[in-house]
Design a protein around this ligand. Sequence first.
Ligand code: AHG
Ligand code: MN
Ligand code: MN
Length: 334
Amino acid sequence: MPNRTPLTRFLIEAERAGQINPELRLLIEVVARACKSISYAISKGALGGVLGDAGASNVQGEAQKKLDVLSNEILLEANAWGGHLAGIASEEMDEPHPIPDAYPKGNFLLLFDPLDGSSNIDVNVSVGTIFSVLRCPDGVTTPETSHFLQPGSQQVCAGYTVYGPSTVLVLTVGHGTHTFTLDRETGSFILTQRDLRIPADAQEYAINASNARHWDAPVRRYIDDLLAGKAGPRGKDFNTRWVASMVADVHRIMTRGGTFMYPVDAKCRDKGGRLRLLYEANPMAFLVEQAGGAASTGTQRMLDVVPTGLHMRIPVILGSKNEVAEYERYLREG
Ligand code: AHG
Ligand code: MN
Ligand code: MN
């Protein structure tokens, strides 16, 4: 198969084009390898004894699944010794995780949601991993929380994997967004779509409608107008899709357009929103923008938000550019 481009070749070519340096190339290879291990663990399902609760809670107060813990450990172990990182932060860990003293330190900070959509694991529905890469500030060898609090516009790389019918890796280093599919026979991620483009207009939207009674008035008005379809003020019909794994919902948008929303509502207002800025919203925002879409809090470009905490939460709307602008207009008009 002469035309196949494995991830390794894609990254070497990106390095030759001056888009990444060797250290970032190694980092991406290591993360992809860890995601491969997670994919294999997940695919064993009940046979691997990996389903069910871990019997503990994370810093967010959420019950951890066995696979949340295992995926976190796989990513930590894979990234400890390569010399490419100065520090790691994860949804599953309260504080940043230092690189052990036994190993050299690199110049990057890695942040991840090791397993997104945990509520779907036990019912055999798609889950994923989301990651973001920042530069460690100059002169810092032992990064603290404050060093991770950089706006998303500072990301040098972001990606996610979806563990679905096939395992796909979607990646950006700031030069477009590209999809790779795991070939289980060779163990390589193969480039299957270069330069994804999200259609500017949406026909579909994703929102957890069971929260409708908690929504603010502008969000309710916006969704009501989508539901009114052709006969309503929007003059066209929309379809709803909601997987409840952000990775799967975002991947559908990457593939055929649409929007994904998780607004702040009365239920989560005290926390600032449902989704986490640094390892959920920001990497997705970078990937979506690089594919020609838009990502916003509803009132501000996501990538401009200055983080105030490692696990800070934020309202999210992302996807087809024109529809994100439309949502922002409803919020502006109040
Ligand atoms: P995680 O499994 O990493 O905690 O993230 C789950 C997120 C996201 O994937 C999804 O869109 C959202 O939580 C669903 O939450 P609700 O079921 O509470 O609406
Ligand atoms: Mn998540
Ligand atoms: Mn998670």
